[in-house]
Design a protein around this ligand. Structure first.
Ligand code: ADP
Length: 705
């Protein structure tokens, strides 16, 4: 028996109990070049089959113990050898029955003994080839399966890779998408904002057009009655009564027009942030009085009743009193305008917690809820039709709101709807300055006392002439110039005590004119007043540098001009008092005396005049500050205990404007001077202190020192 060998060869199992026959099979089949494996019994053959595959089995039919048929049956019962071809070798004559039996157990062929070598060889060769082919096929199949598996694996990897890439792509896409959505949202937001702004712009533009139409209408309105009144006045033989009526009408129309124009100027200042508040300590009562005085004609004209409710104790505020009175008078005007004749108006002022609250309520036409906040927008009028127009431009409340806000306060409107009246509430933070305000001496009173030479210079001929007319009616001698050079010539020849000078003069501007006036002999102490459209701090500084004493912003209230003239120090000289001198031919030093007690003022002034000083005396702190600004005294002697503004405050305010080298401040006290008092005096800016009861030598010593 030989063992099966290498894989390239097929195994052929030869089974026969006779060794010589096995040898003969071997000899016959050797030339096929395959592995020939021999077994001498069916049992041995079965054992070999367990270990190897065989391409073909040559099986002896008649063997002892287990014959060929039994062996074949057992072989084919095994699933692995089911298909293994078996060639039976039989020495006997094989009957057809046996043949059938053999085929039934799986034989593929029969070979009779004696074996014809070529037949056996060719039969085996065919079966071996078949086996080889099948084996090759199986191998190919396996390779194919493996290739398939590898392909499957590669496919899986590819799919996984692709999935990963797709997921990655997906994530990138999602991020890009989110960004796009975000960008989209931003864009939509921006578009909405733009749309809103465009709408606002269109609305503002529409309001501006309406405003311009309204402005033209409102400005033209007073012209017809003015022209009519003028024609009546020019008529000969006009009765005194008609004359008075015409003049009153002209005055009303001019007041109305001035109000409109003032509002316009203010609104342009506000939109370019050029409004500056001049805060001072002032009583609530004063503001309410001023506002009522301004609005009274409008309230009376429509037959309304005005009720005023104020706290019993005095309330002091730190505000710009003119601007605040303007706000309240504006609200009162509106209340009068938007209330049917014969209505009621309530004005109240109260301290509520940390605020001062002023309310103007009326029994008028009311405001619908949707308009309650809009009425404060510029050019907004609830009913802007000309027929319903009450004479206004829709800017009064805008102005009021801005002025209140500049004071750190708020203004709101309330109404229970159309026909139910309106209420406007101004709320200001309550800043008690702890001081009261004194009204300066009335213009008329002071103006009556002095007659001055005055030059008025303005390129607006009508303004200059009408101002001159007004001043002449007060008894002053007035010269008018319309350009800078002419002004200089006039001043040089007339040597006026007061010059009102427009800054924007042709040929030589106001600053230059002022500088040259100051250089003229005898014009060093004249009162130079700049009158301009610009009220910024820088404009004031420029005016001061050029030598002006005062800086007024147009439009100037004529009363203020009269008041300034009355306080002009040179006016005293004009009124016949010789310029003070110290007896050595030098100009006397100026002393300004502030004391609320008239007797004290008179006695100290006399004593100082005796000592050779030029003295002016005023009764309160406000007057002192105004006066010091225009007169520039060398010394200011201030009483401490004054009811309006105490001496410390006067000193503080003066010291903040003038250094000690320019203006010496002396504290006068009726009390014994202790260390604490002296310390307070020094920290307020006083240079020296003096006892009111001191004698003349002491006074002179203090001033010289
Ligand atoms: P105007 O010059 O038109 O009075 P305002 O800015 O002062 O302008 O007011 C804006 C609008 O607010 C007015 O046109 C009016 O429609 C409304 N308004 C103001 N005050 C009152 C009020 N007391 N009662 C009813 N409506 C008012």
């Amino acid at each position: 028996m030989s063992a099966p060998s290498d894989d390239d060869k097929a195994n052929i199992l030869l089974v026969d109990d006779q060794p010589d026959r096995l040898l003969s099979y071997e000899a016959v089949l050797e030339e096929l070049g395959q592995n020939l494996v021999k077994a001498s019994s069916g049992v041995e053959a079965l054992g070999l089959l367990m270990q190897n595959d065989f391409a073909v089995i040559i099986l002896d039919v008649s063997m002892p113990e287990m014959d060929g048929f039994e062996t074949a049956t057992m072989i084919h019962q095994h699933p692995r050898f089911e298909k293994t071809p078996i060639i039976f070798v039989t020495a006997l004559h094989v009957t057809d029955l046996d043949r059938l039996k053999g085929y039934a157990v799986g034989a593929v062929d029969y070979v009779a003994v004696p074996v014809v070598p070529s037949i056996l060889r060719s039969k085996v060769a065919v079966l071996v080839e078949l086996y080889m082919k099948r084996r090759e096929l199986q191998r190919l199949n396996r390779t194919l399966a493996q290739a398939n598996a590898e392909l499957g694996e590669a496919n899986n990897m590819l799919r996984a890779e692709k999935t990963r890439e797709l997921q990655q792509l997906n994530r990138t896409l999602e991020t890009a998408n989110a960004r796009l959505e975000e960008a989209n949202r931003t864009l939509q937001g921006e578009m909405a904002e733009r749309e809103r702004l465009e709408q606002e712009l269109r609305a503002a533009d529409r309001r501006k057009d309406e405003f311009l139409a309204m402005l033209a209408h409102e400005l033209r309105n007073p012209l017809a009655p003015l022209r009519n009144a003028l024609v009546s006045l020019q008529r000969r033989g006009i009765s005194d009564e008609a004359k008075a009526q015409s003049l009153a009408m002209m005055s009303r129309q001019i007041t109305q027009m001035s109000r409109l124009i003032d509002e316009l100027i203010d609104i342009s200042r506000i939109t370019s942030d050029r409004i500056e508040l001049r805060k001072e300590s002032v009583g609530l009562q004063t503001i309410i009085d001023d506002a009522c005085e301004l609005a009274r004609p409008a309230i009376d004209a429509r037959g309304h009743r005005l009720w005023i409710d104020l706290p019993t104790r005095a309330v002091e505020l730190g505000v710009d009193k003119t601007r605040l009175a303007q706000v309240l008078s504006n609200l009162l005007h509106n209340a009068a305008k938007y209330t049917e004749p014969g209505g009621e108006i309530w004005l109240s002022g109260k301290v509520e917690d940390a605020d001062v609250v002023m309310r103007v309520r009326d029994s008028g036409i009311g405001i619908e809820p949707a308009m309650l906040t809009k009425v404060f927008d510029m050019f907004v009028q609830v009913d802007s039709s000309f027929e319903r127009s009450q004479g206004g431009l829709g800017i009064g409340l805008t102005l009021a709101k801005r002025l209140v806000e500049l004071h750190g306060g708020t203004i709101t409107a309330q109404s229970d709807g159309l026909g139910h009246g309106s209420e406007f509430i101004v709320r200001l933070p309550f800043t008690s300055a702890g001081m009261a305000t004194a009204l300066p001496a009335s213009a008329g009173e002071a103006a009556g006392a002095t007659k001055c030479r005055i030059v008025v210079a303005d390129d607006n001929a009508d303004y200059a002439e009408s101002t001159a007319l007004l001043l002449r009616t007060e008894g002053h001698t007035v010269h008018v110039a319309h350009d800078g050079m002419h002004t200089l010539e006039l001043v040089e020849s007339a040597l006026p005590q007061v010059v009102f000078l427009d800054i924007g003069l042709p040929r030589l501007n106001g600053y230059e004119v002022a500088r040259r006036i100051r250089a003229l002999p005898g014009m060093k102490h004249a009162l130079l007043v700049a009158i301009t459209g610009w009220g910024q701090r820088r404009d004031r500084e420029l005016a001061q540098e050029a030598g002006f004493d005062r800086h007024l912003v147009k439009p100037v209230n004529p009363e203020l001009l009269l008041q300034l003239i009355a306080h002009a120090p040179a006016a005293t000289a004009a009124a016949g008092v010789a310029p003070a001198a110290n007896g050595k031919g030098e100009e006397a030093e100026r002393v300004l005396l502030v004391d609320d007690n008239a007797d004290v003022r008179a006695s100290i002034a006399d004593m100082l005049r005796d000592a050779g000083y030029e003295v002016q005396a005023v009764p309160d702190g406000h007057a002192a500050i105004d006066f010091a600004e225009s007169w520039r005294p060398r010394y200011v002697l201030a009483d401490i205990n004054m009811p309006v503004m105490n001496g410390f405050e006067v000193a503080r305010r003066l010291r903040s404007r003038y250094p000690s080298s320019e203006m010496k401040l002396v504290m006068m006290s009726g009390m014994k001077l202790n260390a604490t008092l002296r310390e307070s005096a020094a920290s307020a800016g006083f240079d020296a202190t003096v006892d009111k009861m001191a004698d003349r030598e002491d006074w002179v010593r203090v001033l010289r020192y």
